[in-house]
Design a protein around this ligand. Sequence first.
Ligand code: S3P
Length: 468
Amino acid sequence: MTAQISALNGTAETDPASPVTARPVIAKPGGPLRGTVKVPGDKSISHRAVMFGGLAVGETRILDVLTGEDVVRTAEAFRALGASVDMEADGSWRVRGVGIGGLTEPANVLDMGNSGTAARLLLGVLAGHGITAFLTGDGSLRKRPMNRVTVPLALMGAQFTTRSGGRLPLAITGKDEPVPIEYELPVASAQVKSAVLLAGLAARGATTVIEPQATRDHTERLLRHFGATVTVEELETGGRRITVTGQPELTAPKQPIRVPADPSSAGFPVVAALIAEGSEISLPSIGLNETRTGLYTSLQEMGADIVIANRRDEGGEPVGDFTVKTSALKGIEVPPERAPSMIDEYPILAVAAAYAEGKTVMRGIHELRVKESDRLAAVAALLRENGVTVEDGDDWMIVHGTGGSNGQGVPGGGTVETHLDHRIAMSALVLGHAAQNPVRIDDGNAIGTSFPGFIELMNGLGADISTD
Ligand code: S3P
């Protein structure tokens, strides 16, 4: 028995004419967190597994795929482009692809919801197809810059009409055989790197991306898994030079792809356990790709008791099992060069920092301003609203911790604006669990984009989070 994957559960607002009703949520101060929980599949890998399956010849099976709204948007877009994506009764996904260059013109606008990854990677794929498509997104995605991908993709021959500032909605007309380029990324972005490499799949010859700092490399790993030739040269500067050979035959892997649990999503229960007295939790099969684990390096430097056992490889990605115990944290200075490996984790690191002794300094984080919200501003507001002292500037933030022997803890009591940003919403609820007073968020709908079942999972561990 299979089902088409279209069950959007009404998460982030998309159509301004019929916005989804806001769902305020409250986290009441709670006790210790205890138990073993399974964190949903990695968002970045889930998007890519569906996309590459849609471009491959044959049938790809994917296990533990994230069923959050972001990945459902990718699945729906690929269905609208001629691939087939179905969910089996056992929860696995089955993707039947059309081969590189085989996607067909969609009859309607492709709505990418809240997902920058879905939108930007899809633009790379479409740049290698001689068809026209129209893309839009929700109120958050329509504010985010798309010119970081349209600029290199235009060099490869794609044509774009965008809203002012290079924003969605936009129209793209791709090319069946785009021009292979060598492109040096102006910002450390795995989405831009991936968009260029995906367009390069349709080009004749080699397409190269030079990245100033290593960013998550799931595209490189998974493309190889589907049979593409991707070479990676480590540069002395810490960056990488990545080359894809165009026009390979992508083939569905014989074995199902098992998606590791998302290390970014795991950050929320991990930090909650670190800051809630008397906690001990276990999280199996968390992705440990070193381009993603900066949060855990930082937390361990702060004194976090996180034990990672049973390190192994699953489907070309390293994973391990976490055990986390409440810890007395100390503030640190996070090295700016660590930013790409924890770019989505600054909001939850800032929550940990609020409970630490001393100050935590985060620099080189300008990219936070162009995420699902302006996260630098949103995190500073989240903490201040709940009685934590924060200093911030264009690309830096300093959180003054409330912990230590003289610390009073985080007062809480505030209401946090989430700006359609799942990570701001979850960070605020984690802050509230260990605070002296409840913390409210204006809207919990966006949580479903990356972490369906977050509230139930946290309550299963002992939290007290409910609709307000
Ligand atoms: C992602 C890359 C990162 C990250 C995003 C997912 C990806 O964005 O913030 O959540 O899957 O490639 P940038 O590429 O903009 O850094």
